[in-house]
Ligand binder design. Structure first.
Ligand code: GUN
Length: 293
């Protein structure tokens, strides 16, 4: 059986480590990390995610501020709110939950966030710093994967890492992080996407397969090399009348059959997902301690 890479436990370990540091900061009379989140509108998933972020802040001793705005808010009003938080010295980190209503430019809003407070790692400054291997806030999902590889001591140097999916928030940064000089890193990376030819043959050569294309159970056992490490970033709800909730969660990887071939694999749920909040909290701690800028 493969090693099951337990993101739930690892994220709890990280939260405990951050909580211990917050306790130290308190005893030293230092600045308590403070995260602000802006939530526009009433999207159910976004409300759940932001609620989980605020709750996690509370659990580990951070301060948090949730700013809610109507989905009819103008772009100017939202930009003004971002600016106000940028200038508020008590707030260390700011996230604007995505997606935003269609009449608001994500680029304009992202670009308005002060890079020093951009704990989502979405601004051009932080993406560029990450690509240069400078100190940076790395986006939550790629950073969570990096931490899982580290804490499970997965060898990456000289390995062939195949990333499926080229999104700005997962696939693209992941390919950069795996290729960079350091650990995890020093891998030979192939970044694949919807136009890639022979995807199956390429995936079969992966020592480390990172799957983030957003298609339920896309990766099947015949696409995976025996002994590969498989990281599944996908999360999808499927109806399941045998569950009390009426649904269950599945990933981009057909878990049962791929697990039989892999040396290590992340489950869904309980793999990459829980790591994202831990990453956000870690970035907020770095912001409060001025460790990046
Ligand atoms: N929407 C989905 N994922 C994220 C995230 O990591 N940060 C923000 N701000 N919005 C999201």
């Amino acid at each position: 059986m493969p090693t099951i890479i337990d993101g739930k436990k690892t994220s709890q370990d990280i939260k405990n480590e951050i909580a211990a540091r917050v306790a130290e900061i308190k005893s030293e009379g230092g600045k308590i990390p403070h995260l602000a989140a802006i939530l526009v509108g009433n999207d159910g998933a976004s409300q759940t995610y932001v609620g989980a972020k605020v709750k996690a802040c509370h659990e580990i001793g951070f301060e948090s501020t949730l700013v809610r705005m109507e989905d009819t808010v103008s772009e100017e009003e939202l930009l003004a709110k971002v600016e106000e938080i940028n200038e508020n010295p008590d707030i260390d980190g700011l996230i604007v939950q995505l997606p935003l209503p269609k009449h608001i430019s994500v680029e304009k809003v992202t670009d308005k966030i002060k890079p020093e407070k951009d704990v989502d790692g979405f601004t051009p400054a932080n993406v560029g710093r990450m690509a240069l291997n400078w100190p940076a806030y790395v986006a939550a999902t790629p950073y969570g994967i990096v931490e899982l590889l580290k804490r499970y001591q997965i060898e990456t140097s000289g390995k062939h890492c195949v990333v499926i999916g080229r999104s700005h928030i997962v696939g693209s940064p992941m390919s950069i992080l795996m290729a960079r000089n350091g650990y995890p890193g020093n891998a030979t990376v192939t970044l694949t996407h919807s136009r890639t030819q022979n995807l199956k043959e390429i995936a079969q050569t992966a020592d480390i397969l990172i799957v983030a294309l957003g298609k339920p159970e896309f990766v099947t056992a015949d696409m995976v090399k025996p002994g590969a490490v498989v990281i599944d970033v996908g999360i999808h709800r499927v109806e399941d009348s045998s569950k009390k909730s009426g649904f269950r969660l599945i990933g981009d990887v057909k878990f049962d059959e791929v697990a039989e071939k892999a040396s290590a694999i992340t489950p869904v749920p309980g793999g990459v997902g829980p790591m994202t909040i831990a990453s956000l909290l870690y970035n907020t701690l770095l912001a409060a301690e001025r460790k990046v800028y």
